[in-house]
Design a protein around this ligand. Structure first.
Ligand code: PNS
Length: 156
């Protein structure tokens, strides 16, 4: 039984996130998509909306569950008995932050391993921030995010 945690802000979830989740779901018994409740970071969507959108987009994946968490990621991982943290890597620019985060987590919890998934080249440029900007100015995000998310971005 191998449980992996895929944590993030998911504000909102993009096709790049979905790609990582679906690939992880093929490797692990269970994947917990963990949406951070972060009151310090201003988010476009509420925690509930971010969780709801993910659930809607992932309803077909039987071994994937969506939850929210606050506090330290490693504490949450231990509580869930997960010893793998999954993160996606897009360009080299992600590396510094991800490296720092993985090493910080390893220092606190040497028993928990961070595994990186290389993005599919189709999504290497894709970020939630750009999606929000494009949608804000009326651009087309239909190829960047799941249908339900594109709809929510239009409504909001
Ligand atoms: O999608 P994001 O915003 O890049 O995700 C960042 C996230 C949520 C994975 C990271 O901020 C996190 O794990 N926060 C929880 C607090 C924590 O454990 N901090 C110590 C490690 S940096």
């Amino acid at each position: 039984m191998k449980t992996a945690i895929y944590p993030g802000s998911f504000d909102p979830v993009t096709n790049g996130h979905i790609d990582v989740i679906e690939r992880a779901a093929k490797l692990f018994t269970k994947v917990i998509v963990a949406v951070i409740r972060n009151p310090e970071k201003k988010s476009r969507f509420t925690l509930e909306q971010r969780v709801e959108m993910l659930k809607e987009c992932l309803s077909g994946d039987k071994n994937v569950i969506v939850e929210s968490f606050d506090g330290l990621l490693v504490d949450y991982a231990r509580k869930k008995k997960a010893n793998i943290i999954v993160r996606g890597l897009r360009a080299v620019s992600d590396f510094d932050y991800e490296f720092q985060m993985a090493l910080t987590n390893r220092k606190m919890a040497p028993d928990i391993e961070t595994l990186f998934f290389m993005t599919d080249y189709k999504y290497s440029y894709l970020s939630s921030s750009f999606v929000k900007q494009i949608a804000h100015f009326g651009g087309d995000v239909s190829e960047l995010v799941p249908k339900a998310v594109a709809q929510k971005l239009k409504e909001a």
